[in-house]
Ligand binder design. Structure first.
Ligand code: NAD
Length: 428
């Protein structure tokens, strides 16, 4: 089964709960536009290398496409289309005026020098300049892309268009029109959802153990927030493996260690398992997922909890910070064992929400304070949490299906309001 077929299952269950027209259902089976380009990039050696690159807009009934850009060796059209699908429902769930989109380049970015990475980033914008735009499709960071890369891309767009248009891309450095708190937004939003869940269940952080897979933009920042709030973070991991301490890890020390040096001036060079703290246990990513903890937080990649390991999961609640870390079959197996899975389209929506704030600030020529951004984010995240919690009770479904029900109700209104249009204007 492809990633897209698997992701569509939660939507299919949500569709059964709602009275949707056949036209709407048919539209939601297909991306509205999907483009593949080849990016020729001059390597430092003088050789030319070509990288496959993608941008998919899944649905734009609610507004311009919005979604991150991933640099990863496993990027393909199925991945990008599925990520665009999730973005569509995430934006609808958060009531953002955006459709869903995503992009990616099939590349191992850690194998490139900083100059090669900059040439690749600029080549992406050269290739897709006619396909993106502030009113058309607005990229942002995702796995192995960051603020610096967004800055190069915004600059390349301005060079091509011969005008300043920072709203074309979000997650930029502050100096180029970025928003305060964007770098922390995904973790902050996830923290707000966890906090709302804790309030609902009258739990205290001190009694709660947490394991986090992935120690990047989302995972490391969330580990810090939880540590500071008094949670016992017992395990964290990166792509090379995990470290574990049942008494609780010193998260700030691990972050300090990870940020110590950078391989190509962009990515962390050091693996967590090589840290100098001899007292922590070294375990694998697979073992981390199976730890006996209250909260398990996958914050790396898709397909980490599948029907192969779902029975071995001992966490009480899973918060999906990554997109699609739990497959549909695994989610069903976990729910049958009373393990709640709070879905990525809710938990990780803080990133796109602050991206929306950045887009608004750029269009208005404003720069909001960090407090202002955090307050607005908190309001949006907690509203979304309440909507999903209420839909779950009303329909008697899982958190995942409830999130799709809430998103779909909103998207359905827009699709209906568009009328009976049977063809789209050119997407290009
Ligand atoms: P990142 O590139 O900053 O970090 C990724 C982390 O995952 C790194 O620590 C890396 O070592 C680790 N990792 C990679 N492969 C792994 C593997 N096989 N096993 C365990 N760990 C592995 O990426 P990020 O921005 O933190 O994104 C992480 C997840 O969160 C992705 O699914 C992404 O789509 C999702 N997300 C990110 C944002 C955002 O704003 N950055 C927003 C919403 C969702």
């Amino acid at each position: 089964m492809t990633l897209f077929e698997d992701a569509s299952k939660a939507l299919a269950t949500a569709i059964e709960r709602l009275n949707l027209s056949e036209d709407v259902i048919e539209r939601l089976r297909h991306p509205s536009a999907s483009v593949k380009m080849s990016l020729p990039v001059r390597m430092d050696s003088g050789h030319l290398k070509v990288f496959p690159a993608y941008r998919v807009r899944f649905n734009t009934a609610l507004g311009p496409g919005k979604g991150g850009l991933r640099f990863h060796p496993e990027v393909d059209v199925d991945h990008v289309q599925t990520l665009a699908f999730w973005m569509t429902f995430k934006c609808a769930l958060l009531r953002l005026p955006f459709g869903g989109a995503k992009g990616g380049v099939r590349v191992d970015p850690k194998a490139l020098s900083k100059m090669e990475l900059e040439r690749l980033s600029r080549a992406y914008i050269d290739a897709f300049a006619d396909f993106i735009g502030p009113n058309r499709d607005v990229p942002a960071p995702d796995v192995y892309t960051n603020e610096m890369i967004m800055g190069w891309m915004a600059d390349q767009y301005a060079t091509i268009m011969r005008c300043h248009d920072p709203a074309v891309i979000t997650g930029k450095p502050l100096a180029l029109g970025g928003s305060r708190h964007r770098d922390k937004a995904t973790a902050s939003g996830a923290y707000m959802i966890i906090d709302a869940f804790m309030t609902e269940h009258e739990r205290s952080p001190e009694q709660t153990t947490v394991a986090i897979q992935g120690f990047g933009n989302a995972g490391a920042e969330l580990a810090t927030r939880l540590y500071e709030a008094g949670y016992k973070v017992v395990a964290v991991s990166d792509s090379k493996g995990a470290v574990c301490d049942r008494a609780g890890l010193d998260v700030p020390a691990l972050r300090e260690y990870k940020s110590h040096d950078e391989s190509n001036g962009v990515y962390d060079a050091y693996a967590l398992r090589d840290c100098d703290d001899a007292s922590v246990e070294r375990i694998s990513n697979e073992e981390l997922l199976e730890l006996d903890v209250d909260f398990l937080i996958p914050a790396a990649l898709e397909n980490q909890i599948t029907e192969e390991n779902a029975d071995a999961i001992r966490a009480r609640v899973i918060f999906e910070v990554a997109n699609g870390p739990v497959t549909s079959k695994a989610a069903q197996m976990l729910e049958e064992r009373d393990i709640s899975v709070l879905p990525g389209i809710l938990v990780n929506a803080g990133g796109v929400t602050v991206s929306y704030f950045e887009w608004v600030q750029n269009r208005r020529g404003e720069s909001w304070s960090e407090d202002d951004v955090v307050e607005r984010l908190d309001q949006r995240m907690r509203d979304a949490f309440s909507r999903v919690r209420d839909a779950r009770k009303e329909h008697g479904v899982s958190w995942r299906v409830a999130a799709y029900v809430v998103a779909l109700e909103h998207l359905n209104e827009a699709l209906h309001a568009q009328g009976t249009r049977e063809y789209y204007q050119s997407e290009l």
